[in-house]
Design a protein around this ligand. Sequence first.
Ligand SMILES: Nc1ncnc2c1ncn2[C@@H]1O[C@H](COP(=O)(O)OP(=O)(O)OP(=O)(O)O)[C@@H](O)[C@H]1O
Length: 244
Amino acid sequence: MTALLEVRHATRRFAGLVAVSDVSFTLAPGEILGLIGPNGAGKTTLISLISGTLPPSEGEVLFQGESINRLPAFRRARLGIGRTFQIMRPFPGLSVLDNVAVGALFGRGGGQAQLARAREQARACLEFVGLGKFIDQRADELGGPGRKRLELAKALAMQPKVLLCDEVMAGLNHVEIDEVIDVIRKVRDQGISVLVIEHVIKAIKSLSDRLLVLHHGEKIADGTPDEVLANPTVVQAYLGKKRT
Ligand SMILES: Nc1ncnc2c1ncn2[C@@H]1O[C@H](COP(=O)(O)OP(=O)(O)OP(=O)(O)O)[C@@H](O)[C@H]1O
C-alpha cells in the first residue's frame, strides 16, 4: 500500500545536540502508529518536522508521495496534516466553540470561508470529543483534561488526513484515557491516519497497529506492539523492566 506519509532520513540538530537522527518510517492510510521513547528522545521534534513548525537539518518528508519540505506549516495544514500541541495554549478570552472554529477556518483545502459554517463544523468536532456541553464556556477556563480534548477538537476541525497527537493522554485518569482512546479509534474509523506520542504503555499498546521507538533521537525499533515491547533493546532503553 502507498504510504500517506513518509519520513526519509530525517535529522534535526540544535547547536551540538542531535534531537532526531536519521529517522525513516512510513504511515499508511488508516493506520495508527504509536511513537514512544524516553523524555528527550526526540518525539515532539519529529512531529514538528512533519507538521512544518521546524525545518529538518537533513532528510525529507513526503505526503501523498510528494516532498513537502519546502512548504510552511500552514500549507501543510491545508494539505491535511493536523497536529495537537503538548503545551496547550487556547486562544484566551475566546469560547470553546470559537477556539475550535479557528481550526475549521484554517484547515484542509483552505478551511471554511464562512464563520457560521466554521462554527457548525466546530460544534460537530466538540460533540465528537465529548466537549459538547462546554461550547459556550471560555476555553481558558477548561481544566487539563478538557484542554486535551480541546486540542484534539481543534486539530480535527481542520479535517486532516493525518492527525499527529502529542501526548493527548498525559495527566488523564484511566477513565479519561479510555475515552480518548475511543475518540482516536473513531478518528481512524473515518479513514484518518494517526501518529500518537504517548507514555502510557498500556494505552499505546492497545491503540496502535504499529509502534516506533526513539532513543537519543535514533529509531531503535519499528514493528507490532507485541514485537516492539518484547524487544530487549527497547526494554533496556525505555521500559526498564519486562512488562506484560
Ligand atoms: N528548540 C529547541 N532548542 C534546543 N533544544 C531543543 C529544542 N527542542 C527540543 N530540544 C532538545 O531536543 C531533544 C529532544 O526533545 P523533544 O522535545 O523532541 O523530546 P521528546 O521525546 O518529545 O521528550 P518528552 O517526552 O519529554 O516530551 C531534547 O534534548 C530537547 O532538550
